[in-house]
Design a binder for this molecule. Sequence first.
Ligand SMILES: *[C@@H]1O[C@H](CO)[C@@H](O)[C@H](O)[C@H]1NC(C)=O
Ligand SMILES: *[C@@H]1O[C@H](CO)[C@@H](O)[C@H](O)[C@H]1NC(C)=O
Ligand SMILES: *[C@@H]1O[C@H](CO)[C@@H](O)[C@H](O)[C@H]1NC(C)=O
Ligand SMILES: *[C@@H]1O[C@H](CO)[C@@H](O)[C@H](O)[C@H]1NC(C)=O
Ligand SMILES: *[C@@H]1O[C@H](CO)[C@@H](O)[C@H](O)[C@H]1NC(C)=O
Ligand SMILES: *[C@@H]1O[C@H](CO)[C@@H](O)[C@H](O)[C@H]1NC(C)=O
Ligand SMILES: *[C@@H]1O[C@H](CO)[C@@H](O)[C@H](O)[C@H]1NC(C)=O
Ligand SMILES: *[C@@H]1O[C@H](CO)[C@@H](O)[C@H](O)[C@H]1NC(C)=O
Ligand SMILES: *[C@@H]1O[C@H](CO)[C@@H](O)[C@H](O)[C@H]1NC(C)=O
Length: 608
Amino acid sequence: MSFPFSLLLVCLSLLHRSTAVIHHRRPSFLTPTTKSNADDAPPTAYFEVTKPIKVPETEPCSYLVLHHDFGYTYGRPPVLAPYEPPSHCPSKEFSTIVLEWSATCKGRQYDRIFGVWLSGVELLRSCTAEPRANGIVWKVQKDITRYYSLLMSNQTLAVYLGNLVTSTYTGIYHVDITIKFYPAENKHRHGVTAESLAKSAPEPRDWADLILPISRSLPLNDGLWFEIENSTESLWKEFEIPRNVYRAVLEVYVSFHENDEFWYTNLPNDYIAANNLSGTPGNGPFREVVISLDGEVVGAIWPFTVIYTGGINPLLWRPITGIRSFDLPTYDIEITPFLGKILDHKTHKLEFSVTNALNVWYIDANLHLWLDKRRKKTKGKLLKNQVEHLMLSSKLDFHGLDGNFLTTASRSISSTGWVKSSHGKIITHSDQNLKYANFMVMGNDANLQAVNQTIDFNTSVLSKMPSSPILYKFNSYKKFPLYLYTDEIAQGNNSYVYVTNVTFQFDENKVFDHGFGSLTSSLSNLQNAHGNMVVVNNLVVSGLGSTQETYKFSSGSGFCYFRNVSSSNYTILFDEVSSNCDKKSGWRWSSRMGKWWYRAQKAAVVPL
Ligand SMILES: *[C@@H]1O[C@H](CO)[C@@H](O)[C@H](O)[C@H]1NC(C)=O
Ligand SMILES: *[C@@H]1O[C@H](CO)[C@@H](O)[C@H](O)[C@H]1NC(C)=O
Ligand SMILES: *[C@@H]1O[C@H](CO)[C@@H](O)[C@H](O)[C@H]1NC(C)=O
Ligand SMILES: *[C@@H]1O[C@H](CO)[C@@H](O)[C@H](O)[C@H]1NC(C)=O
Ligand SMILES: *[C@@H]1O[C@H](CO)[C@@H](O)[C@H](O)[C@H]1NC(C)=O
Ligand SMILES: *[C@@H]1O[C@H](CO)[C@@H](O)[C@H](O)[C@H]1NC(C)=O
Ligand SMILES: *[C@@H]1O[C@H](CO)[C@@H](O)[C@H](O)[C@H]1NC(C)=O
Ligand SMILES: *[C@@H]1O[C@H](CO)[C@@H](O)[C@H](O)[C@H]1NC(C)=O
Ligand SMILES: *[C@@H]1O[C@H](CO)[C@@H](O)[C@H](O)[C@H]1NC(C)=O
């Protein structure tokens, strides 16, 4: 029997549950076994909407670090490759370094999480795109200039992508990892002017002098990340820092899977118990990653709700993938106030745990360290570390399977410490203010679930000399709203329609002040997706996904990027791109005309 379009199969054990509430767990799709005309169509290009990386106008020196076909790699050691800095490059100074992951896949396969590490320092956490019969291609570009010091010497590259290949899951991921080194333009070095380099004050440079991996060490039969399986587990790494560090930042990588892949939809345990549900992920919808240094809490992360390419309804993410699914966000925790406690050339412990965790969270981190070139030793002291207890509350109101739950949380962490180096005695003050609310409705005997969640994630770092005003100040205000609606409508005869609406957003406003002027930037990235699938006897026989995304970025320095794109049923309907700070003008794709056209600002239209 053949269907007019892809016959979509769903993994039985995942979709078919006795209770409706977990149907959105992992409906990953499989494409047909039989060849159809569509197989000869060119591969589909998937993409994530993001602003282009700003690179100088110099010719990059590129270098292919790894080519690998990820077949049956699950539970095997990471793929290793030697890394060396480019030797054939005329320049030895680079202002931007870009990692490019480019991959193809054909057949049937699930979305797979993967990580790329350089000598244990994670460079990229990402998710593969799910292939189609005719094949797919996609690319991820990431600015890795932040890892500059590491990239300037020989290292070992490691990639773990746990793929399973069987007669059903046939997709093999063919991957190229290229690193592009853009030589600095004259006068500029690492984006900082020569003038400012000459100053004696420490540079708020983008990159550290040394980066220590806070990850698991090889040899391993899976990723270098720590795997946190429950709320009581905490995993750590011991490390030691040089004695002349004057600044430290911990960059944390986080991803959530299996029973916590959709943690923001997880149900309260009281509801699960009252309804005798089994196999339904619980612990409620709040999660927090807690970072401790020698047993003391130094930071908390309330992660962005990344939806992987197979999540909720996989048809939503083709070809526009979910926000940050190809380049998962990382979170920085300022460690500088705590330097006084770890500058003793002794071993210390950085530890991760996840409040309410269910199996499984993949977490690791990179410790970025800035060294005092003029001194063998710096000194420091922690003046204050005020960790407010997590305020978590929930109100449950349900009768049988239907009801609603309100979960709210807030947290603040504030630390201050000084470090004395050749730059003087600098006081650093770091603040985290987090707020969370999740309103969940269960209806139609738990066939319907609506989740409305918001996370406010504010951080600020202020460094100053006792006598001077600001040395540098960095404020970040993040907001992660999410609205998710899923409904399973029975059609009789073992068939139902599964309807999904998802709206979510990654917003961040940043202010960076280095004492002689401030830079601001603002990002608002919103996706609005609707889909349905018709499932008969656990076979998805038809389905449709439509996604609309608007991405608005602007920076005080005059760089803007705007994109408004929509897709339906694998096809781009509308695509408007503009790098003009006035978004009224720019290139647009017209599906009606089948071509790109330029909409000029009114004032710029010059009659011919
Ligand atoms: C880096 O690796 C290359 C290739 O193995 C080797 O020729 C070179 O000597 C190494 N450089 C250093 C500084 O170890
Ligand atoms: C949490 O997970 C760890 C690692 O699997 C296990 O040793 C421990 O018993 C678990 N704790 C609970 C309370 O389940
Ligand atoms: C749950 O199971 C208990 C014991 O088997 C039973 O008494 C109770 O009626 C069940 N509740 C529901 C809502 O099914
Ligand atoms: C985060 O910062 C924004 C902008 O200043 C503010 O409106 C919001 O209330 C802050 N949220 C928290 C939790 O501090
Ligand atoms: C979600 O909650 C916020 C705040 O309560 C509200 O403004 C918004 O309208 C809600 N969204 C939906 C889709 O219900
Ligand atoms: C259910 O399936 C049977 C056999 O395929 C068919 O005869 C019947 O009309 C179907 N009923 C409905 C309500 O679709
Ligand atoms: C879901 O999205 C559709 C299409 O935009 C809309 O008509 C419908 O009202 C939405 N339903 C809910 C409950 O959000
Ligand atoms: C994006 O494009 C759609 C379709 O033309 C339009 O309706 C919508 O208003 C646009 N959104 C923005 C923010 O420009
Ligand atoms: C989706 O597109 C395919 C062709 O690419 C077409 O056959 C099918 O009817 C479309 N589905 C819907 C629901 O429009």
